[in-house]
Design a protein around this ligand. Structure first.
Ligand SMILES: CC(C)(COP(=O)(O)OP(=O)(O)OC[C@H]1O[C@@H](n2cnc3c(N)ncnc32)[C@H](O)[C@@H]1OP(=O)(O)O)[C@@H](O)C(=O)NCCC(=O)NCCS
Length: 309
């Protein structure tokens, strides 16, 4: 089979989405994605490169490669099931490493199924190694908690640039160069949800949360999904994490969501324990794989929510 990996053409987006749903549905035996949209929303975002694998001009798989400043990860990676185990996935991962190298990112990774030796094998060949579990968790939205700490929505702010810079400064204090401005822009520009800023001064927030809500976003109907959240390191980080979760719950209730979903790497022990104690239960246990095999921001004391799905 003559395979070519190149940037995914916009005209192939619908096919890429169908292959993505077919591939994951075949592997899992169930449809995990419903009316969420991961492929189109990421394709449109400036911090994402979309790769397509083509055989004789026909799209047979794709991968979405995401940059968060000095950090990058990839997924969803999918290959049409009739062509599994013929090296197409490896070709897409190989091309992804080329994108990482062009970006010059220092911390690289992915989220995958904890129980799948097949997946671990594929990624280990390229120098990604399994580390801690990442728990995809959710809890019911049961009304609006009393706000113990003030918070603001970015869509209500006149000066996005100042807030985005402040968020970059906050995340950079957790890991040098970590910057999710691409996620912030995608959520606001594509109207996928909102960004919540904790504290009295939104241009010097204690914490931020990038939230998707509803159908057509990464959340899906009835859900609010915290794609990324982080608390400024320091003595009050635990208390601010509580305040941030309250803000997420209040925002979720305002969107009409019945469930609040998020992911956390269990190496962020205090954050994980806090979520368990706050009523979150694990829906999908996955594992993150890192290249090189170092902790990055998955370490004790870091109050950060993300799952690299
Ligand atoms: C994961 C996926 C993208 C891989 O694509 P693919 O084209 O089948 O991948 P490749 O053929 O390049 O590699 C598969 C490797 O797994 C190996 N493999 C298969 N079964 C295995 C098992 N039980 N244990 C260990 N390795 C196994 C194959 O031998 C092959 O390795 P090799 O080429 O060194 O022999 C594809 O299966 C897919 O779309 N799955 C559903 C969606 C998904 O799971 N995406 C990834 C989420 S992180």
């Amino acid at each position: 089979m003559d395979i070519e990996v190149r940037p995914l053409a916009e005209s192939d987006l619908d096919t890429a989405d169908l292959i993505f749903r077919d591939a994951f549905g075949t592997f899992l035996g169930t449809d995990m994605f419903g009316d969420t949209d991961l492929v189109r929303t990421r394709f449109r975002a400036d911090h994402v490169v979309a790769l397509g694998a083509y055989a004789d001009g026909e799209l047979i798989g794709s991968n979405l490669v995401t940059r968060w400043g000095s950090v990058a990860y990839f997924g969803p990676l999918s290959v049409t099931p009739r062509l599994w185990d013929r090296g197409v996935g490896a070709r897409l991962v190989d091309a992804t490493l080329g994108v990482f190298a062009e970006w010059g990112v220092t911390h690289q990774g992915l989220f995958t199924f904890a129980h799948s030796p097949r997946h671990h094998w594929l990624y280990q060949k390229f120098g990604f190694w399994p580390r801690f579990l990442t728990a995809i968790m959710s809890r019911e939205v049961t009304g609006v908690p009393a706000a113990r700490t003030a918070w603001t929505r970015l869509t209500e702010m006149p000066d996005r640039a100042a807030v985005v810079a402040a968020c970059g400064e906050l995340t950079g204090a957790i890991l040098p160069g970590l910057d999710v401005r691409g996620e912030i822009d995608a959520v606001i520009d594509q109207k996928l949800g909102d960004v919540l800023l904790l504290g009295d001064d939104p241009v010097a927030p204690h914490a931020l949360a990038v939230c998707h809500a509803g159908a057509g976003s990464e959340a899906g109907s009835g859900f609010c999904y915290v794609k990324f959240a982080a608390v400024r390191p320091g003595r009050d980080a635990g208390a601010h994490f509580s305040g941030l979760l309250d803000a997420c719950q209040a925002y979720a209730a305002g969107t009409g969501a019945q469930h609040l979903a998020l992911g956390v790497n269990t190496a962020r022990h205090e954050a994980y324990r806090h979520l368990v104690a706050s009523g979150f239960r694990t829906d999908v246990p996955g594992v993150t794989m890192h290249r090189p095999n170092v902790e990055g921001y998955d370490r004790a004391g870091v109050y950060l929510i993300d799952d690299w799905r």
